[in-house]
Ligand binder design. Structure first.
Ligand code: 13P
Length: 287
């Protein structure tokens, strides 16, 4: 059964660890992440961007697949199905489709409009038992067409949004979607510290989890981050393993062309990176 992310993130913040949000693209991704979470007894959040939702033929398909797979695999750890960087309309679509959690990314609006829309969606989501994430400041780079300039969030604005009753807050602290450039300045811990002081017990969300050095991840968790999003790194692991399989000519041997064989190395690679991240985030054994 899918659950909202509220309880798992509250526990994570109190216990000084973070729950991973791993974005899904298809059946293999979903199965790899769910199985790894179960094997490690870890809570998990499956993230779905609007682009990935469209790719999988719509949010209803995604919700139906995830719910059925959660059941067929006998998953007992807490799993939240969460919209990633949702638009206002996207949030309503996911609520209708049966997601257990949504993110409304109003960071590109003026703060007043971000507040108004977030407030409305908090009321709707909570009435139906869903959790909701909001965003202040912006995450740099591009993810599925969502482009951000990467400006650091204003801690006072973070408090305004946190006070609306959101369950988790994403705040730009110099993080970027995708690979980090060689001249990246690193996370702004000064900003993160100021945000946590203003928002108290609010679980903070670190987007752009791919490629952030381990020491920065640990420091971010110590300063209140309770959810970390990872997308690109699973894609890179999948790509590398698939490339090796084909370059080794394995697809040409026997029934190596069978999609179940062709996609197997990439599937195992996703499991491997999800395990590495769950161990680093400290969520293993916390289900
Ligand atoms: P990465 O693709 O950099 O891991 O970021 C994922 C993310 O933040 C999803 O919202």
């Amino acid at each position: 059964m899918l659950v909202s992310a509220t309880e798992m993130l509250k526990k994570a913040k109190e216990g000084h660890y973070a729950v991973g949000q791993f974005n899904i693209n298809n059946l293999e991704w979903t199965k790899a992440i769910l199985q790894t979470a179960q094997e490690l007894n870890s809570p998990v959040i499956l993230g779905v961007s609007e682009g990935a939702g469209k790719y999988m033929t719509g949010f209803e398909t995604v919700a139906a697949m995830v719910k059925a797979m959660d059941k067929s695999l006998g998953i007992t750890v807490p799993v939240a199905l969460h919209l990633d960087h949702g638009t206002y309309d996207g949030c309503y679509k996911c609520i209708k489709a049966g997601f257990s959690s949504i993110m409304f990314d109003g960071s590109h609006y003026a703060i007043e409009e971000n507040i108004d829309k977030t407030k409305e969606l908090v009321a709707v989501a909570h009435q139906l038992g869903l959790s909701i994430e909001a965003e202040v400041g912006s995450i740099g780079g591009e993810e599925d067409g969502v482009v951000g300039m990467g400006e650091c969030a204003d801690p006072a604005e973070c408090k305004q949004i946190a006070d609306l009753g959101v369950d988790m807050l994403a705040a730009g602290i110099g993080n970027i979607h995708g690979k980090y450039p060689a001249n990246w300045a690193g996370l702004s811990f000064e900003t993160l510290d100021a945000i946590q002081q203003k928002t108290g017990a609010m679980p903070l969300v670190l987007h752009g989890g791919t490629g952030i050095p381990e020491d920065m991840i640990k420091k971010a968790i110590s300063l209140g981050v309770a959810k970390i999003n990872v997308n690109t790194e699973c894609q890179l692991y999948f790509q590398e393993a698939t490339r090796k399989y084909i370059e080794a000519g394995k697809d040409l041997e026997g029934k190596g062309f069978d999609p179940r064989k062709l996609l197997a190395p990439g599937f195992e690679a996703i499991k491997e990176i999800v395990k590495i991240k769950m161990e680093l985030f400290g969520s293993v054994g916390k289900a």
